[in-house]
Design a protein. Structure first.
Length: 297
């Protein structure tokens, strides 16, 4: 077997889609990959894709992107059979060499036997993320907030203030100008009404974004909403703003015809998990982080 690794080309797309469907079919809430979805994900997440070819036959693919946690191996799929592990190792080694950060990570469902394989490669298990879900059966009571703080929806023309608050709350550049317009295109009927904010002295101090979970609703024929990003400026935390805005966002989704809502939060965010449980959320999936430090970067 003579394997050549190169960057993704359009000619590879149908074979990559076939590989990805073979790899991920059977996973929870699986949505089939096609060329349009692959290109959309690459653009939205800035994914760098490498393909492995054996005699011009695509036998593997890996997709990585950088975020605040380091380089993330977002996609990894190879042909089935004894040569698959060899190709996987080659692709992972190449991704590690090309990483633009000083660490690289892979997220895997809790309990997956592949965790041992990644640990044998030098990856260290870390706390991951919980996917939490709640049913929307009626309006939620919105907790009261301090006098002088106003709860409302985002207004047109406030994107700069909104982005500034989100990035300050997260402590890194979580959003950029233009994201609202992108969401309107990708997730209709999303608009500013779907963004809940708390305002103090004319300043946006807390945010919870609600959106339709477009891909799942389209392919799985459900009525699901999604919450996120959500954050509060440090000096305004512990004032019930997050719970009040989350309740408002859930109520908006209910009014828009959604019957379920989900979100993701870090296992380390104990206070947020407690808040969400009080609003009816439960954990339905845990994805662990496996991270490897890259000494040469």
């Amino acid at each position: 077997m003579t394997v050549k690794i190169s960057s993704l080309d359009r000619k590879h797309l149908p074979f990559v889609a076939e590989l990805m469907n073979e790899e991920y079919e059977g996973s929870p809430e699986f949505i089939p990959f096609d060329e349009e979805r692959i290109l959309s994900d690459i653009q939205r997440r800035h994914i760098r894709v490498l393909v492995a070819e054996d005699d011009e036959r695509v036998v593997g693919v890996i997709g990585t992107h950088a975020d605040d946690r380091g380089e993330d191996i977002h996609w990894l799929a190879t042909r089935k059979g004894p040569e698959g592990k060899v190709v996987r190792d080659m692709l992972v080694n190449e991704a590690e060499r090309n990483a633009k950060d000083d660490s690289i990570m892979r997220m895997i469902d809790e309990g997956n036997p592949e965790i041992e394989e990644w640990e044998s490669r030098g990856y260290v298990l870390e706390p991951g993320f919980q996917r939490m879900t709640a049913e929307l059966r009626g309006p939620k009571r919105v907790p009261e907030v301090d006098e002088g703080i106003r709860l409302r929806t985002l207004r047109p023309g406030e994107e700069a203030k909104f982005v500034e608050t989100v990035n300050a709350g997260f402590g890194w550049e979580r959003l950029e100008l233009g994201d609202l317009g992108r969401w309107k295109t990708e997730d209709p009927p999303f608009d500013e009404e779907w963004v809940q904010v708390a305002e103090a002295a004319g300043k946006i101090v807390s945010v919870v974004v609600a959106k339709p979970d477009t891909n799942y609703n389209k392919y799985l024929h459900c009525r699901m909403g999604y919450l996120g990003p959500a954050t509060t400026l440090p000096e305004f935390r512990n004032k019930h703003l997050a719970s009040a805005l989350t309740a408002r966002a859930m109520n908006l989704l209910f009014e828009k015809g959604m019957n379920t809502v989900r979100l993701g939060t870090s296992e380390k965010n104990v206070s947020s998990i407690a808040l969400l449980r009080s609003l009816g959320f439960h954990v339905d999936n845990v994805r662990k982080i496996l991270r490897k430090k890259l000494k040469d970067n």
